[in-house]
Ligand binder design. Structure first.
Ligand code: PEP
Ligand code: MG
Length: 544
């Protein structure tokens, strides 16, 4: 047995066979080949394999999301059948006498570049599709796991790192757990795994990948952040016991369903859920959350090869609002950039992407994207109780501009006779020290604040949230963070706004009392933590 230690993301125990997903860049080597016929035959087989997978995905998406979302998989399938694409791969194999993986990548890249150079914007965006299809084909050639997840029922996906798009697309039924060599507790990959209640251990180190082979038996203890390769009988027993105790606790918490979030001395607080997809509504209902405190709308943009249309977004937001039947749904506008980089956005490479063009900065510099999203949001607002919030705010001018654009969008809808709700609450995320310092100026402009502690921690402590090496310097309970939250609460309340916390710290039960004493009005946590936080609130007596 071998043990590896990282950070546990969502408390659970899982056992299964490892499926090792190497990084795409690592998989493509240029190898000189004698038997080019064999390489071409491998391409033929991989194309058939990829087509089958795309057909499955098409059918799954058709059932879950509808024809327009499913269409992309049909388009990718057609590209695999395209004679020009196929000929260009064969020609690289024959002319350079190289392996199929390299030929697929090289031919795909040159085709993508020619699309990217076209005048027509629609054709230019097809470059991302070509790259996506080539990557899929390379993965099939390497006999890798499907990029959308593990192929074996109950497998444990092991990787160097996983982009948020892969986590969002994972088939939960097939994925018992995730283990990554890289990653930190507040990286988006970890947060999305937690939000989807997928047990995960991140940051176990490169040594893990060097030791693990596809098919190895592993056990994951995401309470302790431990991973066991070929676990012995004693470890198996101890972990099964841990799992049993956790299940018992979860079962006991079920008795709190339908109960109020009220402390012993009568202080009430809202407890809401954070999610990133419409499919997670089921988990929200199971958690008995009072609403959705954070819908990460950028998840609708991840794992796609083109911008979601206004209609696609409208359908998703409407489903959310209808699904929550009058309970509040707060949708955070597009927070793309930094670690979330869909190809089709064609974001410039930046030295420090977390300090670069991300979140609201993209929306304000590319207003056509922002307006499309706002139109979809306001249209959907007619179907329930919606709040909209804006990420990564640093200035009064940004909020003024946002409010101006919202008014423009509403005026356009009105002129077109399209209905929307006049009661949409508008809020901003408090994620930068600048926003806290000027919170007394920002609070009168909005209905609410929502503290994003993940970014607030990153920007206050000057610690990149993606970098596991600096975790010793990340004190999530740092006095500075707590003081900043308290200052924000004071500003909000002084100006008639309410304040919630939707970063990961909201689920930290060692701080629940502190937050209640600060007067925080709402905590929004991953669905799996709602009842746990309710339990703690109900045990507190703030009069003492
Ligand atoms: C945060 O920063 O705390 C937050 C909730 O937003 P995200 O984690 O998506 O950046
Ligand atoms: Mg954030």
């Amino acid at each position: 047995m071998k043990k590896f230690v990282g950070k546990g993301v969502y408390g659970a125990v899982a056992a299964g066979k490892a499926t090792v997903l190497m990084r795409y860049e690592n998989a493509v080597k240029r190898i000189s080949i004698e038997d080019t016929g064999r390489e071409r035959a491998r391409v033929t087989a991989a194309i058939e394999d990829a087509k089958k997978k795309l057909q499955d995905m098409y059918e799954r998406a058709l059932g879950e999301l509808g024809e327009s979302d499913a269409q992309i998989f049909a388009v990718h399938r057609m590209l695999l059948e395209d004679a020009v694409y196929r000929d260009s791969i064969d020609s690289v194999i024959e002319s350079q006498r190289v392996n199929a993986e390299y030929a697929v990548t090289a031919a795909g890249e040159s085709l993508a570049e020619s699309f990217a150079a076209m005048d027509d914007a629609y054709m230019r965006e097809r470059a991302a599709d070509v790259r996506d299809v080539s990557q899929r084909l390379t993965a099939c050639l390497a006999g890798e796991t499907d990029r959308e997840g593990v192929t074996e029922e109950g497998g444990i996906l092991c990787a160097d790192d996983l982009p948020p798009s892969v986590i969002m697309n994972l088939d939960k039924k097939k994925t018992a757990a995730l283990v990554t060599a890289q990653g930190s507790l507040i990286s988006h990959a970890a947060i999305l795994a937690r939000s989807r209640s997928i047990p995960a251990v991140v940051g176990v180190g490169e040594e893990f990948l060097a030791q693990i082979m596809d098919g190895d038996e592993i056990m994951v203890d995401s309470f302790a952040g431990e991973v066991f390769l070929e676990p012995d009988a004693e470890t198996r027993k101890a972990l099964s016991e841990k799992q049993r105790a956790a299940e018992e606790e979860r079962h006991l918490l079920q008795s709190l369903r339908g109960r109020e979030n009220i402390s012993l001395d009568g202080r009430k607080i809202n407890i809401c859920a954070n999610i990133g997809s419409v499919e997670e509504l089921e988990a929200v209902h199971a958690s008995d959350a009072g609403g959705i405190g954070l819908f990460r709308s950028e998840c609708l943009y991840l794992g796609k090869s083109d911008y979601p249309t206004e209609e696609q977004q409208f359908t998703a937001y409407k489903k959310l609002l209808e699904g929550m039947a009058g309970k509040k749904v707060i949708i955070r506008t597009l927070d793309i950039g930094a670690d979330k980089q869909p190809d089709y956005f064609e974001l410039k490479r930046e030295e420090n992407p977390a300090l670069g063009c991300r979140a609201i900065r993209i929306c304000l510099t590319r207003p056509e994207i922002f307006k499309t999203q706002l139109r979809a949001l306001f249209r959907a607002s007619a179907y329930g109780n919606m709040g909209i919030m804006f990420p990564m705010i640093t200035s009064v001018a940004e909020v003024e501009k946002i409010l101006e654009i919202c008014s423009e969008v509403k005026a356009e809808l009105k002129a077109q006779g399209v209905s929307y709700s006049e009661n949409v609450e508008l809020g901003i995320m408090i994620e930068t020290p600048a926003a806290v310092v000027i919170s007394d100026r920002l609070a009168p402009m909005v209905d609410f604040f929502s503290v994003g502690t993940n970014d607030l921690t990153q920007y206050t402590l000057a610690c990149d949230r993606q970098n596991p090496d600096i975790e010793p310097f990340v004190d999530i309970h740092h006095e500075a963070i707590l003081r900043l939250i308290e200052m924000s609460a004071e500003s909000a309340h002084r100006h008639g706004a309410w304040i919630g916390i939707c970063g990961e710290l909201a689920a930290d039960i060692s701080l629940t009392e502190t937050f209640l004493r600060m007067g925080i009005d709402e905590l929004s946590v991953s669905p799996a933590f709602v009842l746990k936080v309710r339990d703690v609130v109900r045990s507190l007596d703030l009069s003492r």
